[in-house]
Design a protein. Structure first.
Length: 336
């Protein structure tokens, strides 16, 4: 696949502006992430202990049996079988593995409870090659690639796949969870610090696996209410703002009569769910599975040639003229 220098530069700049904090397990922003970090530190402590023991034993053996140090060349004495040694190096590692396994299993089940939490906000996340569909059944909201969660409220994520196996991972909010076709995994958490946290598909799922990103916005309760009320409202009416009314109206007309409607939903216009819901497209900060900032230039590049922006993209190149691209950009960017 050839990427033009212009598009490469555009994507590079998109990735560098207003970047969220790095993806790290060491700066937890939820209860699940706190537990994950504790677990991680425990494993590191055990690993360090084993490393020290093995290193010291190796050094002792080197000096004890070095022919140069001993200034002699005969083989070291053959050791008779030692039951005590056999038992020690069998039982020792088994105990260490047990010490790691017990808190790991406890953490895994604590944040994947068999029964849904009574007061939790349900968020359905469906993985697609290579983007994330997000639904809030109780709030009648459908969006993509950007998940908003209220701070301090338990959230139950219901993770499903529309095609193959993916993995849902937001390091700042908790451990990975596989997303499997025909099977629902859940993840519960209480986000504790407002902010934007990067997520990434963590299971190789094809050509654009690395481009299957998403963002989690942890909002204050008031911000979340504002966001969810707006998302649940009907789509913007074409023709506003007035200065771009002509292009917006032309874009709306083009959208409604083109192949766009065979894949996308815009409430009141189209109803297909093959691709992301676009009802409030302009309210999102990113596009193309979270790999580029949602700007008119990036959207135009995406519409002109999706494959050039995201290898393997399932959105076809519709062969749009530059005027058609401008009209669609004007329309989609009016859908706040
Ligand atoms: Cu989806 Cu990797």
């Amino acid at each position: 696949m050839k990427v033009s220098p212009g598009i490469a530069l555009l994507l590079l700049s998109a990735r560098c502006t207003g970047a969220p904090p790095p993806m790290t397990t060491f700066a937890p922003k939820s209860d699940f992430a706190e537990w994950t970090r504790t677990l991680y530190l425990q494993v590191i402590a055990w690993d360090t202990l084993i490393l020290v023991i093995v290193a010291v034993a190796t050094l002792l053996a080197i000096f004890r049996y070095s022919t140069r140090v001993r200034a002699q060349h005969e083989a070291p004495p053959a050791s008779p079988e030692s039951l005590a040694l056999e038992v020690t190096w069998t039982v020792g590692p088994a105990l260490v593995l047990l010490a790691i396994a017990i808190p790991t299993i406890r953490t895994t089940f604590r944040f994947q409870p068999a029964v849904a939490l009574a007061n939790a906000l349900t968020v359905k996340v469906t993985a697609h090659q290579w983007w994330w569909e997000v639904q809030y059944p109780d709030l009648e909201i459908r969006t993509a690639n950007e998940i908003h969660l209220p701070m301090g409220q338990p959230v139950q994520l219901e993770l499903q796949s529309a095609d193959i196996i993916h993995s849902f991972w937001v390091p700042a909010l908790g451990g990975k969870r596989d997303v499997i076709p025909g099977h629902m995994n859940t993840m519960t958490l209480v986000a504790s610090v407002p902010g934007v946290y990067l997520g990434q598909c963590a299971e190789f799922c094809g050509l654009s696996h690395a481009n299957m990103r998403f963002r989690v916005f942890v909002d204050t309760p008031a911000e979340f209410t504002t966001w969810s009320t707006h998302q649940a409202a009907p789509a913007a009416v074409p023709g506003r703002p007035l200065e771009t009314a002509g292009a917006v109206a032309a874009g709306a007309q083009l959208y409604a009569t083109s192949l766009c409607v065979t894949c996308h939903t815009i409430n009141g216009v189209s109803t297909q769910t093959v691709g992301p819901d676009l009802t409030h497209f302009a309210s999102r900060t990113t596009l193309a599975g979270g790999i580029a900032d949602n700007t008119p230039d990036n959207l135009a590049a995406w519409l002109r040639d999706p494959e050039a922006v995201k290898p393997g993209a399932q959105m076809p190149n519709l062969g749009l003229s530059s005027q058609e691209v401008s009209q669609l950009v004007a329309y989609l960017e009016s859908l706040t």
